[in-house]
Design a protein around this ligand. Structure first.
Ligand code: NAP
Length: 248
């Protein structure tokens, strides 16, 4: 018995990194888990096998979060297959770092399209179903960079600050319909995204983090699980920093 038994969850960008860990965590608590990725290759098969091994159902859907129509098709596919959708985790995200002087229009546009518009697309696409059900949980993956800024990430920090804005606004729009919308703001997590850091950047980070280490993806998934579960029944519109004390 898990705390999410019979629930249906959808995780965007679930084939790798933090999204993969979130998908596995929700499945290990009994949820059926559908996940999307822009490409479905070997990694998605492995995630599906790991989810099935937990005794729940899974569906992998190739879907680009930048497209509202693909988001709507994805939600429709999940509802057709599972009849409802209880948990949406907006996780897909990218970085294209540069100082503003050097940042290209494409670097700005691509990060905003995936991180910010992608979150809007899936919230909008899921909203009709969740409003009709009169229940749902949306967890958006933001970043502490959206709270505190970071040199070289004007596109990323703006997108994540926007995700926090979406979270608070939809929490207000949906609160009376028993739909809760919250965000998790990770600090620095050990994934391919942070493996791009130079040794100097890594050392500077360690010095700044009170807990002196970066997090595992599972430490983010644990907080997503809490927000997606009945244990968080009176929490909405909140942003939980999971960052070893970097922002306080
Ligand atoms: P990751 O390892 O790069 O994984 C991101 C996933 O999103 C990949 O599976 C990727 O697919 C998918 N994706 C990219 N573009 C997509 C699109 N247009 N449509 C659908 N899926 C797409 O990144 P991560 O580190 O796990 O990050 C996950 C989330 O946590 C992101 O929102 C990120 O901003 C946030 N976050 C991460 C950190 C960190 O330190 N890692 C810190 C704060 C916040 P492909 O692999 O096929 O491109």
């Amino acid at each position: 018995m898990g705390i999410l038994d019979t629930k249906v969850a959808l995780v965007t960008g679930g084939a790798r990194g933090i999204g993969r860990e979130i998908a596995l965590k929700l499945a290990s608590e009994g949820a059926h888990v559908a996940f999307t990725d822009i490409r479905l290759e070997g990694a998605a098969d492995e995630v599906m096998n790991l989810i099935r091994a937990k005794g729940v159902r899974t569906t992998a859907i190739q879907s680009d979060v930048r497209s509202l129509s693909e988001a709507q098709n994805t939600i429709d596919t999940v509802v057709k297959e599972y009849q409802h959708i209880d948990i949406l985790v907006n996780n897909a995200g990218i970085t294209r770092d540069n100082l503003i002087m050097r940042m290209s229009e494409d670097e700005w546009d691509s990060v905003i399209a995936i991180n910010l518009k992608g979150t809007f697309n899936f919230c909008k696409a899921a909203s009709r179903q969740m409003l009709g059900q009169r229940q749902g949980k949306i967890v958006n993956i933001a970043s502490i960079v959206g709270v505190m800024g970071n040199a070289g990430q004007v596109n990323y920090s703006a997108s994540k600050a926007g995700v926090i804005g979406i979270t608070k606004t939809l929490a207000k729009e949906f609160a009376s319909r028993n739909i809760q919308v919250n965000a998790v703001a990770p600090g620095f997590i050990d994934t391919e995204m942070t493996q791009k850091l130079t040794p100097q950047q890594r050392e500077a980070l360690m010095n700044a983090i009170p807990m002196k280490r970066i997090a595992t993806p599972e430490e983010i998934a644990n907080v997503v699980l809490f927000l997606a579960s009945p244990a968080a029944s009176y929490i909405t519109g909140q942003v939980i920093n999971v960052d070893g004390g970097l922002v306080m």
